[in-house]
Design a protein around this ligand. Structure first.
Ligand code: CA
Length: 220
């Protein structure tokens, strides 16, 4: 099938950013600090952060979920786009990385918008469901351990209102979804969720070649 997606060279991507990126100084500073870490490639791009902020505004989101915080770039991008009374419930298990996130949330003046839950995300999401929070969230970003992606998706879908949006990160997994010799849990979980969402009539769907592949699933 004809590929109508433009080939994104490094220079063209630099141009794209030069005429569109409005990365606030605090996010640029966080990007730089995270760039020094061994796992720096886990940080989303400035273009993706800005896109997610736009989605949050488009949805008129007030209550959002984040599964996988890392050093806080995406949660900060979302928090800056939320209204003053907006809230994020942010799930992660890593104290060291989220300590960096907390520092930047405070610096940006949005720490009060972000409720960090430091334990396995499934436990946090199940607790929200037990507490009657189903249907009460507007947006969810899933970007944590890939082996649990389906567990996160199913719970976030329940927690979202109709018309709420789930964004799933790394759905093209560096292209490894195509490599049949890759049979590890992470790669297989991404393939399985991609196939499932393709036929999932609970959502409207779009998979975008943004970053490492970003699926948008709009709850019907
Ligand atoms: Ca990611």
């Amino acid at each position: 099938m004809a590929n109508r997606t433009i080939k994104m060279t490094g220079k063209l991507h630099d141009y794209l950013l030069s005429v569109s990126s409005r990365e606030p100084a605090v996010l640029a500073k966080l990007r730089k600090e995270t760039g020094k870490l061994q796992w720096a490639q886990m940080q989303i791009g400035a273009d993706q952060g800005q896109f997610m902020g736009l989605l949050v505004r488009l949805l008129g989101a007030r209550r959002t979920l984040e599964v996988g915080v890392f050093t806080g770039y995406s949660s900060l991008a979302v928090a800056l786009a939320l209204p003053a009374d907006g809230r994020i419930i942010a799930c992660d298990v890593n104290e060291e990385w989220t300590a960096i996130a907390r520092r930047y949330w405070a610096e940006a003046g949005v720490a009060h918008k972000i409720d960090l839950r430091l334990r396995p995300a499934v436990a946090t999401l199940d607790e929200l469901l037990r507490n009657g929070e189903a249907g009460r969230f507007d947006f969810a970003f899933i970007d944590a351990d890939k082996a649990n992606y389906d567990h996160y998706y199913e719970r976030c879908l329940k927690l979202l209102r109709p018309g709420g949006l789930i964004a799933v990160d790394n759905v093209l997994w560096g292209g490894e979804v195509l490599d049949k010799t890759k049979q590890d849990d992470d790669t297989n979980a991404i393939r399985a969720l991609n196939a499932k969402l393709h036929g999932d009539d609970r959502v409207d769907l779009s998979m975008l070649p943004v970053g490492d592949g970003l699926t948008l699933a709009l709850k019907r």
